[in-house]
Design a protein around this ligand. Structure first.
Ligand code: FCB
Length: 454
């Protein structure tokens, strides 16, 4: 059967996603201050080709055109993120009216076209002024985030009803503070576990604050996790143990903290190993726990985990001895990530068993490929279409098995600044020519439009 949007139940939400630092540009305009990604991307050697988000896709100046492009796609909703340093340039304290004006303008343009705005508060761009005080490793970060979340809800809550606190806290903590491949570029596993703890406390306390700030009847508050299956690459006990460790850090740490207000035993052991266990109060987490209205799931691939006792520790999974990331079987995207939609249905079913009443939204799914521009100017990105089609089909399969999934968002609307890969990886349904900023819908954009309208 050929699936279309109509095959899914009424109320299922289809959209596209982006993030502030990846698309906005205008980094020094209208009162915005630098974030950790400005600092990091301007650090020699931090990103491929030294690329940075100074201009990015210039969405800050072109958002009206981008909303028109979204309207042509026919999406129900658009997931974007808010730049903390546009709203609170000092990290805390005075609200910047120009920052608010930009996001109000964007939301009003979306709503005028019948597109529902969905905001992520934190997609990795901490104000640099707060990093200077230790960033997420500082326990005060919990209060800083609650203040920001409250200010954003106050200023925009009449226009935005669906809010996510964080995007992929695993990346924030472990790529930022341990492997160091993301801002702020640190390599201190103890700090990464502290950061993870503060992120989880900040999530719960921000949800509590947002429930009572500018409250609207249809407010829906949640968080977005990158739940990536960690599967043993072979039947050995070593691979099984390494995969359990990776799963505990990548998935269960955050899912358990969000859903149950607890940390897995394995993770408590790693916190101990890196000397920070006594700074992490499990009681504080248990006391802070708030229910969420949805759980966002980002899915790209499966991590296949092998074991070699002599392998160096992998920074994003600190404490797991001998874990080795194996080459995925079959096709890979330009990121080197395997194309394995079965992992998506597997994960959706797993989370539904864990928390049957929490609706799941796939907040990101998509693929980077070296798109060729044809002589006629057309970009025939058939590989991307196949990737998206197969993953939508995996969502369908998971639903048929009872998974509680209610939305699917393609990453990304536009080609954009892909973090440490700079502009060298393109995920967009719409191509951006970085010299002229011209937008050209790819074949995948036409495909998605037909999928949504047929
Ligand atoms: C996710 C990020 C998103 C984008 C995709 C490719 O981890 O949330 O910003 O970079 O990967």
């Amino acid at each position: 059967m050929e699936l279309t949007a109509q095959s899914f139940p009424k109320g299922f939400i289809w959209g596209t996603a982006t993030a502030s630092y990846q698309i906005e540009g205008a980094v020094d305009e209208d009162g915005r201050t630098w974030s950790i990604w400005d600092t990091f991307s301007h650090t020699p050697g931090a990103t491929l080709e030294g690329d940075n988000g100074d201009v990015a896709t210039d969405h800050y100046h072109r958002y009206e055109e981008d909303v028109d492009l979204m309207a042509e796609l026919g999406i129900d909703a658009y997931r974007f993120s808010i730049s903390w340093s546009r709203i609170l340039p000092d990290g805390v304290g005075a609200v910047n009216p120009d920052g608010v004006t930009f996001y109000r303008g964007l939301c009003e343009a979306l709503i005028a076209k019948g597109i529902r705005p969905i905001a992520t508060l934190y997609h990795w761009d901490l104000p640099q002024v707060l990093q200077d005080q230790g960033g997420w490793a500082n326990p005060d970060s919990v209060g800083w985030f609650v203040e920001y979340a409250t200010a954003a809800k106050e200023a925009l809550g009449d226009l935005i009803q669906v809010w996510a606190t964080f995007n992929e806290p695993h990346c924030v903590a472990f790529l930022g503070y341990s492997s160091g491949i993301h801002a702020p570029g640190l390599a201190d596993p103890g700090m990464a576990y502290l950061a993870a703890h503060h992120l989880m406390l900040a999530h719960h306390r921000a949800i509590a604050a947002m429930r009572v700030t500018n409250a609207q009847d249809d407010d829906r508050l949640g968080i977005v996790l990158n739940l990536i299956p960690a599967w043993p690459n072979d039947p050995s006990d070593g691979a099984a143990a390494a995969a359990r460790g990776v799963d505990a850090i990548h998935n269960r740490l955050f899912a358990a903290a969000v859903l149950d207000g607890k940390y897995p035993e394995l993770v408590l052991g790693y916190m101990e190993k890196f000397g920070v266990r006594d700074q992490i109060s499990v009681d504080a987490l248990a006391d802070a726990v708030e229910t969420i209205d949805f759980l966002g799931v980002n899915y790209y691939n499966i991590n296949h985990i092998a074991h070699d006792p002599d392998a160096p520790m992998i920074g994003q999974w600190p404490g797991v001895d001998g874990a080795v990331l194996a080459t995925p079987p079959g096709q890979v995207t330009e990121m080197g990530w395997g194309v394995e939609p079965v992992g998506l249905s597997w994960m959706l079913n797993r989370v539904t068993r864990w928390a049957p009443d929490v609706p799941l939204l796939i907040m990101e799914n998509g693929a980077a490929y070296p798109d060729e521009v044809g002589d006629d100017g057309d970009i025939r990105d058939d590989m991307r279409i196949a990737y998206i089609q197969q993953h939508i089909s995996a969502v369908w399969d998971a639903r048929a098995e009872g998974a509680n999934v209610w939305g699917y968002f393609v990453w990304s609307l536009l080609d954009n600044f892909e973090w440490s890969f700079g502009y060298a990886r393109r995920f967009g349904l719409i191509r951006v020519d970085y010299d002229t900023m011209e937008r050209t819908p790819k074949k995948s954009a036409r495909w998605y439009r037909e999928f949504l309208s047929s």
